[in-house]
Design a protein around this ligand. Structure first.
Ligand code: CA
Length: 205
């Protein structure tokens, strides 16, 4: 019988089967409808806000309020994986001087893009070897390829630079089952903080 399954995204295909023997054709079979296979697609993942609660205390000699300076990354994994890594912490020139950088206060909501923009601003107003060694992505969103039945795994890490081993403020991971990868806002995190993530499956081209 030789009918191909419809191509991804082409809609369902109806067809009937008849059999021949000795010049006689059988009555047509029932109509069989094949639903198209699910299609690969792209999902845009935007880390919108970061909301802190009680972050605990930093080293007593740390300069500034709250905990920090911070660095970390935001990730999304489907069929492909993407990372938005940032570093808003600096040890000072040759390790001398005080840690400086972006610090988080308790019970605050930060726009993730504002943290990245703070880094870009610090870089833009500094020239020469004494500048802090900061880095951040331009934007707070990323696009991940998805197979039709892929789950979407989100994770993020925020670390607090210390004089000794750096501490984790939050290290969180959450998996959205494939059927839940729809346009929505999704919140997850740790007791210390949570993030709000906008999930947007993109229309097929
Ligand atoms: Ca610290």
């Amino acid at each position: 019988m030789g009918a191909d399954l419809p191509a991804c995204g082409s809609g369902s295909l109806d067809y009937q089967v008849t059999a021949f023997r000795g010049g006689l054709e059988s009555p047509p079979s029932n109509i069989a409808a094949f639903e198209p296979e699910g299609c690969p697609y792209t999902v845009r993942v935007t880390y919108e806000t970061l909301t802190t609660r009680d972050l605990g205390s930093d080293e007593w000699w740390a300069i500034g309020e709250g905990r920090g300076p911070i660095y970390g990354e935001f990730r999304a994994v489907g069929a492909t994986s993407e990372i938005l890594a940032f570093d808003a912490a600096d040890h000072g020139f040759w390790g001398w001087g005080d840690d400086e950088g972006f610090r988080l206060l308790d019970d605050h909501t930060y726009q993730v893009q504002d943290i990245f923009d703070w880094v870009h601003h610090q870089m833009s107003i500094c020239w020469g070897p004494f500048c802090p060694d900061f880095s951040a992505p331009m934007g707070n969103s990323m696009e991940v390829e998805m197979g039709p039945d892929d789950d979407l795994t989100l994770s993020f890490v925020i670390r607090d630079q210390d004089t000794g081993p750096d501490g984790y403020i939050c290290n969180a991971i959450r998996t959205l089952p494939s059927e839940d990868v729809t346009t929505r806002t999704f919140e997850y995190g740790c007791p210390t903080m949570s993030v709000e993530v906008l999930i947007e499956p993109l229309p097929m081209p």
